[in-house]
Design a protein around this ligand. Structure first.
Ligand SMILES: Cc1cc2nc3c(=O)[nH]c(=O)nc-3n(C[C@H](O)[C@H](O)[C@H](O)COP(=O)(O)O)c2cc1C
Length: 236
């Protein structure tokens, strides 16, 4: 409690929109990219019309719903060639591969602007993994891999970025990280989190908590078991 009170009384720095506008653009990118908090990282695997593999790191993967299972990712404005965006548009299939500490430098390197004919897998030294019937490459080094099929592109009119909406068709993961209620322990899988556009973090779970209801306090859940009651009222 003392710690909380100390934070509440701490005087915080404040930057306004005008300050952001006045900032050097590279500094603004780094500052604003820190504001969403820790971000999920994924290596997006695609192939082009000629079957050439492509890989790019993104930190904008979001959950959009579980029935149907939908995930979103944001693609920067298509003012310059965006290989991932174009491949998803052309083939309708792509993969998300979680990033681990053993290859985070290679994952970061995949953001370099390689020519179309260069596969980032080869360029950065990660291995392709293919599953029969799935027409996009996975990252062999990743322990958590998801295959998706394109549902729609939603253009954000304010700045021209595209929200790419995809439906999960397959999810591959180590069986031991799946708890009895369906939850996947990502820290146990060694999944990293990102911040800004160049910082990588090792997440550590504090605890899982019971479904919150107005008439009772939350309780800590039993490790490995989770919330078997699944007393969720609203589902997403
Ligand atoms: C940590 C990190 C996160 C990134 N997140 C995104 C993102 O969410 N969306 C995006 O369009 N580009 C993102 N990028 C930039 C892409 O990785 C980069 O533009 C890449 O060259 C795209 O490759 P492509 O043209 O083969 O698709 C990110 C880069 C880094 C280093």
């Amino acid at each position: 409690m003392e710690k909380r009170a100390a934070v509440a009384e701490q005087s915080l720095e404040c930057l306004t929109r005008a300050d952001l506008d006045a900032m050097d653009s590279r500094e603004r990118v780094k500052f604003v990219n820190s504001l969403p908090g820790f971000k999920s990282l994924a290596l997006v695997g695609t192939r082009d019309r000629n079957g050439r593999a492509n890989l790019a790191i993104v930190s904008t993967v979001i959950h959009l719903g579980s029935d149907p299972p939908l995930l979103g990712m944001v693609s920067r404005p298509a003012k310059v060639p965006r290989h991932t965006y174009e491949n998803i548009r052309d083939t309708g299939v792509y993969t998300f591969n979680h990033v681990h500490e053993s290859f985070f430098e290679e994952a970061h390197q995949s953001s370099a602007r390689y020519p179309r004919e260069v596969s980032e897998f080869d360029a950065v030294g990660l291995r392709e993994h293919w599953e029969s019937g799935i027409e996009a490459p996975f990252v062999a080094e990743s322990r958590l891999r998801v295959a998706l099929k394109l549902v729609e592109f939603l253009e954000v009119r304010a700045n021209g970025v595209n929200l790419i909406v995809g439906e999960v068709t397959h999810a591959f993961f180590p069986g031991e990280i799946r708890e009895t209620d369906g939850f996947l322990d990502l820290a146990e899988a060694g999944t990293l989190a990102g911040a800004g556009l160049d910082a990588y973090y090792r997440p550590e779970r504090i605890d899982r908590l019971s479904y919150a209801k107005p008439d009772r306090p939350v309780r800590r859940l039993e490790p490995g078991i989770g919330d078997p009651g699944q007393e969720t009222v609203e589902k997403l």
